[in-house]
Design a protein around this ligand. Sequence first.
Ligand SMILES: [Zn+2]
Ligand SMILES: [Zn+2]
Length: 206
Amino acid sequence: MIVEQILVTGMAVFCYLVADEKTGEGLLIDPAGDFDEIFAVVEKHGVKIKYVVNTHGHFDHTSGNDHVIAKTGAQLLIHEADADSLGSVTNRLLSRFIGGKGSPKPFSFLRDGDIVSVGSVKLKVIHTPGHSEGGICLYTDGHIFTGDTLFTEGTGRTDLPGGSTKKIYDSIKNKILTLPDDTIIWPGHHYGRFPKSTVKEQKQYY
Ligand SMILES: [Zn+2]
Ligand SMILES: [Zn+2]
């Protein structure tokens, strides 16, 4: 399995390429901007992008949807509860500040327990509300992509529309930190000193 972490935009967003190196099929998680860098990584591995998956509907994660989908023909997937924020005027306007655009409509919606497959790589959708109502994490053996639910040194904001401190702690404790200790945590932003963490490391904080 290929996992590449790409730091994009002035908002320190982490975009991820996840792909099956045997079939060359892959997906991009939150390809928010800095498209030359993203596509250099995609081309380095010779990957065909099948899906764009948004961890949630905030503009700093979705501003590149339009560009990447136009270029690759990928299908857009997001949790239904964040579809409104994805299509909002605020999302469209703020996206322009970081060099992107409003997002096209999703191809289909994700629910807790869904599996997103690229080749033999299977990512399980874990619904983790708290930062936003439709926030998700994507999990496969050894790796979890946590969006703005969990960073290496703290959680995402809970004061935005749809946010809830109670829900984010519930999501982190009961849905993320119950995974095997050696699972690598790949966050949605480069906040703090380290670009990644593990379940074992995070357990000491929650
Ligand atoms: Zn967010
Ligand atoms: Zn964010």
